[in-house]
Ligand binder design. Structure first.
Ligand code: ME8
Length: 655
């Protein structure tokens, strides 16, 4: 592989945190993960970004309902999304949260560039707004429902900053014309072109009615509106204002569902053009998973979650099913029945069976060593030719994101190898030298077909192909195989293979479906089990040593550098000071029990360590939203505020 690998940057949508991932989100993320693995095997230096979109009125409301601060609410949700992707082995390289400080800086920077270039102005906006989809519904009248989720819209008027989207009608149409691949698939491209040709309206990009958002610097209470905020996350993840240093921007592909194609192909390139920044090379919109012919969605509640499926059939089977069953770009229906049918036919009887029977025959006849054939017959060479010519074709399908066709082709090779074994019947050969030689040629050919299939299928079936790789006695990982160097004939004789094993045990359909449905109907479990409560009270056994916590427990506490802006005493509470503290993304009111040791005016401007994700509480009737870290010194527990000897940026995370 070249020393200086070409860079490749791809992204999933930055998902809302108002629910846990369902199969729709899992699909987008699995597709990206497959591309990421594929491109790595083609010699690219790949970065894949996923993340969570955490601002907006929905979160404000959900947090209120849950009785926690927004910060706490989104921290918990983001941790669950992250843990799920980790568990599924699809964590990506960058996980951006729109509440990350580096993201806030990027959004503010992008806004400044757009404004300096004359594309931002102040105005008023009145419209029908869907709070569930975080979007004004264009052309809707009061009383109309949201066309996407069917819920009532709300009439909203407020002072906003507007982005001059109208100025970009021609540049956008030029972009689509000059780069026919910018929007994929073709049907979406045509839709977007006619949408833009139909005329654009300027876009409101800030809100004053929402509190939970990134502040517009110097323009509080304006906060950035969800799309100006969320889309920018793609850039924040790879360096933000310093994107050139990391070298991954512009993105090679933003992978999204068709629901958000307009935001990605109209708003996003317009924002970037206004800021004179490079544009992403492509936006690929896949179709929807339907349940009973309507879109599977959180707001409709008709969703299927990935965990029960993974528990019963395994992650690779889910990946295979999603990529094989649905033509990428089109809508598809999800059914447990189809999933289990595919599992049994293509994985248990297909790949699993070819691997275990080939290995078992090599074990039995060649003491577990890859045989060394001395000659081949035309039927062996015919299979070799078919496999060899399928390699290039499969890569072409992967390049076009035609996953279903790639898998169809790879599985046709498995069927050919099965047919070949059935025709050649190595098990029926005798013990003569000639028969032993013939058996060696057949089993080497079958094992070589299996090796090629394993390498080609790896991006889709990462776990099970690693197992086949080990089974075939191959060194290293299949993930580090160079797809460009994949050729028929490289299987080395004499290598000791692994023990034959069942990769995909056949499953009984009715029982498997029942199990998945039962798990789906249980309340969805949080990703990480809460830490057991420490024993309290007289009856609790004395503990030998303080209980140790894992790093994940420590990571739950979010501490940041804050700067005290104001400090005052609280009438009737002689130990408390009421402070306002700038934590980078917002100004917090925090009460601290330090009044007997610190004069309020000496604290102004001081940098302190703040726990920012504590649930807000009232101290002597005053709301406190966070906690300052202090040492507790001496028998009377005198508080000494933790601070920094070096200059630190406000909002930096303490780790
Ligand atoms: O839209 N079928 O987040 P979101 C297929 N935060 N894919 C589906 C799906 C379905 N039924 N349902 C969801 C947002 N998806 C914004 C994005 S990007 C800067 C901001 C997938 O949590 C699909 O990829 O609603 C869709 O585009 C995405 O989840 C929407 O995720």
């Amino acid at each position: 592989m070249p020393a200086n690998k070409p860079k490749y940057y791809l992204t999933t949508p930055i998902y809302y945190t108002n629910g846990l991932p369902h199969i729709g989100h899992t699909y987008s993320t699995i597709v990206c993960d497959t591309i990421r693995r594929y491109k790595r095997m083609r010699g690219y230096d790949v970065v894949m970004t996923t993340g969570t979109d955490e601002h907006g009125v929905n979160v404000e409301r959900a947090a209120k309902k849950a009785g926690v601060s927004e910060t706490e609410f989104v921290a918990k949700m983001a941790a669950e999304w992250r843990a799920l992707w980790d568990d599924l082995g699809i964590q990506g390289d960058e996980f951006i949260r729109t509440t990350d400080l580096k993201h806030a800086h990027t959004v503010q920077w992008l806004f400044r560039l757009c404004r300096e270039n004359g594309y931002v102005y102040k105005g008023h906006y009145t419209g029908q707004y869907c709070i569930y989809d975080n979007a004004f519904v264009s052309d809707a009248k009061p009383g109309d429902n949201c066309p996407d989720c069917g819920r009532p819209t709300e009439t909203l008027t407020e002072e906003n900053y507007f982005f001059k989207l109208t100025a970009f009608q021609k540049p956008l149409l030029d972009l689509y014309r000059k780069n026919p691949n910018f929007i994929q698939p073709e049907t979406r491209r045509n839709e977007i072109i006619s949408f833009v040709e139909g005329g654009l309206k300027d876009l409101s990009i800030t809100r004053t009615t929402i509190r939970w958002g990134i502040p517009v610097p110097g323009e509080e209470p304006h906060v950035f509106y969800v799309w100006f905020d969320a889309l920018t996350a793609y850039l924040s993840a790879v360096g933000g204002p310093e994107y050139e240093r990391r070298g991954y921007w512009p993105a090679d592909v933003h992978l999204v569902g068709k629901d958000i194609i307009r935001f990605h192909t109209v708003y996003w390139p317009a924002f970037l053009m206004a800021a004179m920044l490079p544009l992403p090379r492509q936006v690929w919109a896949h179709g929807w998973f339907l349940m009973d012919s309507t879109k599977m969605s959180k707001s409709k509640g008709n969703v299927v979650h990935p965990r029960p499926i993974v528990d019963v059939v395994g992650m690779d089977a889910l990946r295979y099913f999603l990529l094989r069953e649905i033509v990428f770009g089109q809508d598809g229906s999800f059914s447990y029945d189809a999933l289990v049918t595919r599992y049994n036919s293509d994985l248990a009887n297909g790949l699993g069976n070819l691997a275990s029977r080939t290995a078992a025959m090599i074990e039995k006849n060649f003491s577990g060593k890859i045989p060394n054939p001395d000659s081949f017959q035309p039927q062996d060479e015919a299979l070799a030719k078919q496999v060899q010519s399928a390699i290039g074709e499969a890569l072409e399908h992967f390049d076009k994101f035609a996953f279903s066709r790639a898998l169809e082709l790879i599985w046709s090779l498995i069927a050919l190898a099965d047919k070949y074994l059935a025709a050649e019947q190595p098990w029926a050969l005798g013990t003569s030298d000639a028969d032993a030689q013939r058996r060696a040629a057949i089993l080497w050919t079958a094992a070589e077909a299996l090796r090629v299939v394993t390498v080609l299928a790896h991006p889709v079936l990462p776990e099970s192909t690693e197992k086949v790789w080990t089974l075939l006695g191959q060194a290293g990982h299949v993930s580090s195989q160079d797809l460009d160097g994949l050729r028929w004939g490289r299987l080395e004789p004499g290598i000791l293979i692994g023990k034959s094993q069942t990769l995909f045990p056949r499953i009984e359909k009715a029982e498997a479906i029942e199990r998945m449905e039962a798990m789906e109907n249980e309340p969805q479990k949080p990703a990480a089990a809460p830490a057991p409560a420490a024993p309290t009270g007289a009856a609790a056994a004395p503990q030998a040593a303080p209980e140790k916590i894992g790093i994940e427990d420590f990571a739950k506490v979010e501490m940041r550098v804050g700067q005290i802006r104001t400090a005052e005493r609280i009438v009737g509470a002689d130990k408390l000071l009421k402070l306002t503290v700038d934590i980078g993304t917002e100004i917090r009111q925090i009460c601290a029990g330090i009044a007997q040791y610190y004069e309020p005016e000496t604290l102004i401007g001081r940098k302190v360590a703040v726990v920012v994700n504590l649930a807000p509480r009232k101290l002597r009737g005053v709301e406190s939203n966070g906690m300052l870290i202090a040492a507790s010194v001496g028998p009377e527990g005198r508080p000494v505020l933790a601070g920094f000897h070096e200059d630190v940026e406000i909002g930096s995370r303490l780790k």
